[in-house]
Design a protein around this ligand. Structure first.
Ligand SMILES: [Cu+2]
Length: 205
């Protein structure tokens, strides 16, 4: 009776041992793959497994792992590739602050939407940094919407803003309802060029 659990434990230990061994074999190669994103491209092959080294030299992950990190990385690469970049004006920290605002508005702000006869009325609210981000982004976006032919206004409230977008026909009203707060916020596609301008120190929301 007492022998059986002992055997099971031994078998389990053997499996764990094999897994650890396999991981140890993979680790140097995987490390090399991560390092290749930087300057250390010649670490492949150190593990001595030809097929694995070949695999590492092929497909590299495109995702930087974090969306704001990737957006900043892309902008820095654009600035570095442009010989006209005036580094005395570049402010990547300002872009980071804006991306934090975008995170707050996109993921943390509370959007209470209400359809009216003539459009949509959205109370966009939050506390602390979320509220600050709402105040920085939503009125600025309403002005962008107006420039794109939408009738949008914001009114400040203690915990954020009320965004009202109006339309005169049923299709537009249905679209406003379908889009809701964040669908309206993504209208225009102006963030990408604005992000580059912010990084260059030429734009303030
Ligand atoms: Cu933005």
């Amino acid at each position: 009776m007492s022998k059986f659990p002992w055997k099971t434990t031994l078998a389990g230990f053997a499996i764990v041992g094999t897994t650890v061994y396999a991981f140890a074999q993979m680790a140097p190669g995987m490390h090399g793959q991560m390092m290749q994103g930087g300057q250390h491209g010649d670490m492949r092959g150190q593990g001595g497994h030809g097929d694995m080294a070949g695999h590492h030299a092929g497909i590299q992950p495109a995702s930087p792992g974090q969306d704001a990190f990737g957006a900043i990385q892309e902008v820095v690469q654009i600035l570095e590739a442009d010989p006209r970049t005036d580094w005395s004006k570049v402010n990547i920290g300002a872009l980071r602050e804006h991306l934090i605002d975008m995170n707050e508005v996109t993921l943390r702000a509370v959007a209470a939407e209400r359809m009216t006869e003539t459009g949509i009325e959205i109370a966009v609210t939050g506390e602390g940094r979320t509220r600050d981000a709402i105040l920085r982004m939503v009125p600025a976006h309403a002005r962008e919407l107006a420039a794109h032919g939408w009738k949008a206004v914001t009114v400040e409230r203690p915990d954020g803003v009320t965004l009202t977008v109006t339309a005169s026909d049923q299709i537009s009203l249905a679209k406003l309802k379908a889009l809701g707060f964040i669908g309206i916020m993504v209208q225009g596609g102006h963030h990408q060029p604005h992000h580059l301008m912010m990084a260059k120190g030429q734009f303030a929301h």
